[in-house]
Write a protein that binds this ligand. Structure first.
Ligand code: GLU
Length: 487
């Protein structure tokens, strides 16, 4: 073997082929989805291909329902892939052929060590404070020794030789020059399990990934930094199998508030959870792009995937972990809801309003104007139900609102306003004049009547813009009764 595998080959940008290789052992996780985003952005930026491979070699833990969830989630996010997904389990003969080639070339061998022997080995290592590793004990068995193990009925695994003295280097598109020593890789690695002397058995992850990436002509492997040690091992496999070596980009982990790797314990982590909570695909995709990538100056933080694809490159992907920031995601979601305009927002709110029992459908223009008003303070679409409530049902007066009505001159000002309140539609400047006149008549500051009107109309001192609120309620004749009940 050479001292160093050939690490980087120049790639022509038009022929770029990347892949996402999810294992269908759970729902689409935010980490996988973010890896998908970076693969997609890179492929689209270069006019290359973004391929999918379903890594279902773990037959027990892989489920069709998870595959469906993953494909659904990617499609929902707008991460379109090229061609049909490759199903890894359908390619096992290809994987076995590669292993046979490694056996034939002396790169791999059968190891007959039993579970008990391996445990005793690790215990001894622990006792002498050594890192656990396979000690390569069956690397050079004689045919007689092999025959004796087989006669004992021992099961074998197939291991790939990793010389301790090897140095492995590559130029990572995110992390720069990477250097590993063979001695850090835990000894000869298992590439197939349950492999009796005349069979190859079940090929394992590192081998299978290399065979498939080569067969799919993948030019750039973009995946999470938790795969860095695998990359070192995989480079040795590329070399032994004589495959062209792709480039690698290891993207930073997503961290929680405490700076630890985001996990199930942090609550929502699957894309379907975010979707169920009411986040839009657009905001979530936008947000995931920002998890580890810094957009160029002047681009801002709100953009579509296509806009990001135009600007995307690994030189702006950070090495440091990316902290998950709910406030930013919420802000983006609100932006997306507002951008689509009031009419589209009304369309989305209608079924939610209906489900809540609000009477809707008779006055689309009014509902659109209400949507416009609500849009200014929405984070999630569902917030538009709670916030719309006082526009469809008469609210109770909360304590603060009752307190406001008890303020000196407040009721007198309300009464003065009610006297002047026209039946006909009210324009904004007219409403302003009315507020001023009522305040003067009652001898209070304009702020007092404004706050009191808010209390009377909404039952609370919180809420959207007062004037717009009032004009909307007036159009449906709802303001008069609410003022009256306070007097
Ligand atoms: N199936 C692996 C995973 O989900 C793929 C890793 C890779 O991209 O090579 O982590």
């Amino acid at each position: 073997m050479n001292a160093t595998p050939e690490a980087v080959r120049p790639q022509s940008t038009s022929a770029i082929r990347v892949r996402l290789a999810p294992s269908p052992t759970g729902s689409l996780h935010i980490g996988t989805a973010r890896t998908a985003v970076f693969n997609w952005l890179f492929a689209r930026h270069h006019g290359g291909s973004f391929l999918l491979r379903i890594e279902d070699t773990d037959r027990e833990r892989s489920k069709q329902a998870f595959t469906d969830n993953i494909l659904d989630g990617l499609a929902w996010l707008g991460l379109s892939w090229d061609g049909d997904p490759v199903i890894q389990s359908e390619r096992v003969s290809l994987h076995r052929e590669a292993i046979q080639k490694l056996l034939d070339g002396g790169f791999a061998y059968r190891c007959y060590a039993t579970e008990e022997e391996l445990t005793a080995m690790r215990d001894a290592q622990a006792a002498s404070k050594q890192a656990p590793r396979y000690d390569n004990r069956h690397r050079d068995l004689t045919p007689e020794q092999q025959a004796a193990f087989i006669a004992e009925g021992r099961e074998a695994v197939i291991r790939f030789r990793i010389d301790d003295a090897r140095s492995i280097t590559w130029s990572d598109m995110v992390r720069g020059e990477m250097r590993w020593s063979g001695s850090d890789l835990g000894g000869d690695m298992v590439i197939a399990r349950r492999a009796p002397h005349d069979q190859i058995g079940d090929p394992l992850y590192n081998l299978v990934v290399v065979v498939d990436d080569a067969a799919m002509a993948i030019t750039h492997v973009i995946r999470g930094e938790d795969h860095i040690a695998n990359t070192a091992k995989q480079l040795l496999l590329y070399e032994a199998l004589g495959y062209p070596v792709p480039q690698f980009a290891h993207t930073p982990l997503i961290l929680n508030k405490e700076g630890k790797k985001l996990s199930k314990r942090d609550g929502v982590t699957s894309i379907s959870d975010f979707r169920r909570m009411g986040y839009t695909a657009e905001a979530l995709a936008n947000y995931m792009t920002l998890l580890g990538w810094s957009p160029p100056e002047g681009m801002g933080e709100r953009f579509t995937l296509s806009q990001a694809a135009e600007a995307f490159g690994f030189e702006r992907v950070n090495r440091a972990g990316a902290r998950f920031d709910w406030d930013k995601l919420n802000w983006l979601n609100g932006q997306v809801l507002r951008e689509q305009g009031a009419a589209a927002l009304r369309e989305q709110l209608l079924p939610l309003w209906q489900a809540e029992g609000f009477e809707v459908g008779s006055d689309p223009a009014w509902e659109t104007d209400l949507s416009e008003l609500l849009s200014t303070s929405l984070t999630l679409l569902a917030d538009g139900v709670e916030q719309a409530k006082p526009f469809f049902t008469t609210p109770e007066l909360d304590e603060a609102a009752q307190g406001q009505l008890a303020v000196e001159g407040a009721k007198a000002a309300l009464a003065a306003l009610l006297e002047r309140l026209p039946e006909a539609e009210l324009a904004a400047d007219q409403a302003q004049t009315l507020l001023g006149e009522a305040a003067t008549a009652a001898g209070v500051k304009k702020g007092v009547i404004m706050k009191t009107m808010r209390a009377a109309l909404l039952g609370s001192l919180q809420g959207p813009d007062l004037l717009t609120t009032w004009l909307l309620l007036h159009r449906r004749g709802l303001d008069r009764n609410r003022i009256q009940r306070c007097l």
